[in-house]
Design a protein around this ligand. Structure first.
Ligand code: F6R
Length: 359
């Protein structure tokens, strides 16, 4: 039931602080230690490489997961689009471990990979919102997203829940392996900051509606840009804008724009910079300036500690690895309000179904 909300998507965006708190309750002990089964951790500990597989938004959550696993566990991690992996299998390491990300647990492209993984005798984990879904039943292990049903076609709370679980799992695995970075990573504290941080952003949604109205209603195209983990989020931000508001959008590595794509920038093209990582903040700002010099209308979404006068959307500070959990939220709201104010059916965009059960 969507209650007083005009669309499920807005309700689901607003639910994200609670989903973060619920995941901390379900997956962390009273003292803040991850509660993950020994069997799963032992399987993962033996792996020399993690392969994350997913489609669409779940693939994008995997891109963030790669940073979490590599930083906290030092295990090399690859992320693959399921429809590509199934037929262009990469060379596998000696001891691969597979993580399937799927909100529905029914995505045919991802299932095709899992069938092959099982045939190869490899162990796997499905992270899904749906208990007893196909991918859950067929994988060795399952972790549930506990996000509550996601009804809107455009995925929001499942993305943030997937990332939060990846963070908890990476912390658990890193600690099991005595990694100092993992020991120092206070995941409970971080999830608390994330929950209050998301709440602060959704409480200011009027500002994002104004931004959507002033900058996105008329434009045929837009760019989200960033480096590293911000680039990963830019892909998700662009997907959201495309699928519900029909604005042609690209998520782009900000340093790569000048190698060709900057030719698309015209007077008034919105270019939104995501800036949450200290080491690349200055570089992304220079890349934004390059587009501004070609007429772009630049908008910034910036972590508080990196903010400068004139920035547009300021995000509360969290650990840099957790920043996607906050930076994605304004982009979800921009997509929502653009779609809403164009008079579109936000929850049921054209040409799309909630779960994609064909390859
Ligand atoms: C985008 C979206 C899709 C799904 C994709 C995978 O908002 O919802 O891109 O993320 O179809 O679906 P799941 O996660 O159910 O495997």
């Amino acid at each position: 039931d969507k209650g007083t909300y005009p669309f499920y998507m807005l309700k689901e965006i607003d639910e994200q602080p609670n989903v973060m708190r619920r995941l901390a309750q379900v997956y962390l002990s009273e003292t803040g230690e991850p509660v993950i089964s020994d069997k799963l951790l032992n399987s993962m500990k033996q792996a020399d490489r993690i392969y994350i597989v997913g489609a669409g938004t779940s693939y994008h959550a995997g891109l963030v997961g790669k940073r979490l696993f590599e930083n906290l566990t030092q295990t090399p991690t690859e992320v693959h689009i399921s429809s590509e992996f199934a037929y262009e299998q990469p060379i596998l390491s000696k001891k691969p471990f597979f993580i399937f990300l799927s909100q529905s647990g029914e995505t045919a492209d991802s299932r095709e990979v899992l069938v092959n993984v099982n045939a190869g005798g490899h162990e796997s984990l499905t992270i899904t919102n749906v208990q007893n879904s196909t991918l859950s039943r067929e994988a060795t292990y399952t972790l549930l997203l506990h996000a509550g049903p996601e009804i809107a076609v455009a995925s929001t709370k499942a993305y943030t829940a997937q990332i939060a679980i990846e963070a908890i799992l990476a912390k658990a695995l890193g600690e099991a392996d005595n990694q100092i970075v993992a020991q120092r990573f206070d995941v409970r504290h971080q999830l608390g900051l994330v929950a209050t941080g998301i709440q602060a952003i959704v409480d200011e949604k009027k500002k994002l509606e104004d931004l959507a109205k002033s900058s996105f209603l008329k434009t045929p195209n837009a760019f989200y840009i960033g480096r590293g983990i911000d680039w990963s989020v830019s892909l998700e931000a662009a997907l959201k804008l495309k699928e519900i508001s029909y604005v042609q959008a690209e998520g782009f590595a900000s340093g790569e724009l000048k190698h060709g794509t900057i030719a698309l920038i015209e007077k008034g093209t919105p270019v939104i910079g995501l800036i949450t990582q200290e080491k690349t903040a200055g570089l992304t700002r220079s890349n934004l300036q390059e587009t501004m010099a070609r007429g772009a209308h630049i908008i910034t979404i910036v972590s508080e500690s990196l903010a400068k006068p004139g920035d547009d959307i300021i995000l509360p500070d969290v650990d840099e690895l957790m920043s996607p959990l906050l930076s994605v939220v304004p982009t979800q709201l921009i997509a929502y309000y653009t779609s809403l104010n164009k008079g579109l059916d936000v929850d049921r965009p054209r040409n799309l179904a909630k779960s994609v059960t064909v390859e």
